[in-house]
Design a protein around this ligand. Structure first.
Ligand code: MG
Length: 160
């Protein structure tokens, strides 16, 4: 039976941080603030997968009070999500995500992001969708105060 999950994440854009999205370091004046590398895309995908499994969210598995995850590359979170799928004897069908960022342009980096997500999740890049949109200048995203991402995942699980 295919189970779907949804994930959402947002991080603040601040000076003095690298901007990491989908495991790609993108040259920009500001980067995302957070305990780990603050890869908002990978975090949203992680929560989508955990949601499909009926598990608790990424913060449960990787508390931001744990010094082990300080500055951690977020691919380790996706690798854990992939491991959780195996624990549930499931198979990841696909993930799809949208990055909401006013700046910078992320389109040129989408192919590399897909490859990074696919590698961390152990699926072909064809089964990873990533799109990007601006927020048309509105709200905190439009003011470039932060970047958000939303994601869905489909996981084929044994019937219970
Ligand atoms: Mg996060």
């Amino acid at each position: 039976m295919v189970h779907t999950g949804i994930g959402y994440d947002v991080h603040q854009l601040v000076a003095g941080r690298k901007l990491i999205l989908g495991g790609v370091e993108i040259p920009h004046l500001k980067g995302l603030d957070g305990h780990s590398d603050a890869d908002v895309l990978m975090h949203a995908v992680c929560d989508a997968i955990l949601g499909a499994l009926g598990e608790e969210d990424i913060g449960h598995f990787f508390p931001n009070t744990d010094p082990r995850w300080r500055g951690a590359p977020s691919k380790v979170f996706l690798e854990e999500a992939a491991r959780q799928i195996k624990v549930h004897e499931g198979r990841l069908v696909n993930v799809d995500a949208t990055i909401i960022a006013q700046q910078p342009k992320v389109y040129p980096h989408l192919a590399k992001m897909k490859a990074n997500l696919a590698a961390a999740l152990g699926i072909p890049a064809r089964r990873v969708g990533i799109k990007a949109t601006t927020n048309e200048g509105m709200g905190f995203v439009g003011r470039e105060e932060g970047i958000a991402a939303m994601a869905v995942a489909a996981v084929d699980l044994p019937e219970v």
